[in-house]
Design a protein around this ligand. Sequence first.
Ligand code: UD2
Ligand code: MN
Length: 566
Amino acid sequence: MRYIKVKHLQYCKIILATSVVWFLLDIFLIMYFFECANPTANCETKVKQTEKQGLLKKIFGFGDKAPTGPGEMGKAVHIPKAEEERMKEMFKINQFNLMASDLISVNRSLPDVRMEACKSKSYENSELDTSVIIVFHNEAWSTLLRTIHSVINRSPRHLLKEIILVDDASEREFLGKPLENYIKNLSVPVHVERMEQRNGLVRARLRGAKRSLGKVLTFLDAHCECTTGWLEPLLEEIRKNRRAVVCPIIDVISDDTFEYITGSDMTWGGFNWKLNFRWYPVSQREMDRRGNDRSLPLRTPTMAGGLFSIHRDYFYEVGSYDSGMDIWGGENLEMSFRIWQCGGEIMIVTCSRVGHVFRKLSPYSWPGGVAKILNTNTRRTVEVWMDSYKEFFYKVNPGVKGTDFGDITERLALREKLQCKPFRWYLQNIYPESQMPLNYAYLGEIRQKATNLCLDSMGRKQGENVGAVGCHNLGGNQVFAFTAKKELQTDDLCLDVSAIGGPVKLFKCHGLSGNQLWEYDKETFALKHVNSKQCLGAPKTGDMPTISTCTGEMSQKWLLKDFEWD
Ligand code: UD2
Ligand code: MN
């Protein structure tokens, strides 16, 4: 009896001791998550903590279970109602939910989002290693650190030469000494370069590239999270072709909840007449080329710009970046046109996935003004690379012709030296699905002959009616092309009529004639919808343009000045 009691007591002691250990461990982990994610905390010792955590995992073997902290496995973080006001205030700092981001571990777990076919592929890319270059201006602590940790945690060590951070003259204290102290303790060499003054991402990336030692350069934005197996397939494509410039699929990290949301492997990069980068569906042509195997890299006409790998030597051979570009914007299309026109190749490697926090607004200042910066950068792109197709941009933005875009002689000399192909070749061979018609008889406003009424897309979307309002001579939504395929096109939409008597709608241009086929008669000024044999008319301002029996009345007469086939 007594023996049983003693035994009982011993069991109790063991249970008690185990509980205490678990309790302490819990506290430790909670402290770890919160302290590490807090931008104002002193983070010097965090890495040691991470190492300790790893050790504890080994000893206790509980590391295999999925962690359950905020945002783990890429889950959304919801802020309690009581904190909403503070959350909204914090949102303004970076234009994403900083409070949510700060709650999430810098080492948070993510699901393996690759398609099944990708998981069994093997790669031989041991001969190439990469420098990862991350430029930032006033980035948040938690997003920057999560980018760095996700690179370290999910890249095979032998493929990762180093991480280079380039601080584009940030004004936040924690990005100074505290950051330098933090990165000293990481298991991969991390360097910080500081720009003396605000330069923008192009010159910051050039600075990072200059001091890099890896054979490949991999650029990432400062608010990314790399997933399992992201790096190997990128390097593999460069090993196969050193002129390949490769991007991962860019998944979405919600700016609101930081949920990891998988992006589509069925979109690629394009651009519209305004020279904005846009995602569009991958063409059937490209699907066929890959034999419908979605796990094969896809050739994309343009890249988003933020996340890509390129062979270091090739980067310089092909003209690195246009250092005349300021702050933000334009460099992604410039590089896309340059790579394709000068003999390279841009691919989205669908087996590589990296998340990125897409924002609705820009969080930082634009010295000299947004318009000036964007117009300068875009003018440099169109003037060097687009030949006569730059007219689309200028017709839509006639005002930019007054923007001084600096000297481009060096860039033109580069194009000459590399014997790069014309933009027309690019449109024909790389991007035949583009919204830029290869040939057209007219580009400009479509004005009613006897009035001041112009056709106007009103900035409406696919499926909506086209409008007609007073001509403003400012380009924009009043620019139309009469294409060689006899479409009336405005940016990426075409005038489309599917019923006798209208309405005239905006639809994606399909290039198959049908409801989008028009004729223009220079003598009678009539715009005739071929299928219905009716004419375009617009009774008066405010009324929707329609089609009706061709009568030759004034409301059916349209001026397409200098209408001419090439
Ligand atoms: C996209 C690209 C971005 C860049 C941009 C066009 C992706 C995911 N992102 O916009 O990389 O190509 O299009 O220019 O494809 N930064 C500086 N200095 C500045 C401004 C920005 O260092 O003056 C940094 C910024 O902290 C960030 C990176 O440059 O790390 C890109 O800026 P962003 O995140 O505002 O650009 P994003 O994603 O809207
Ligand atoms: Mn970004």
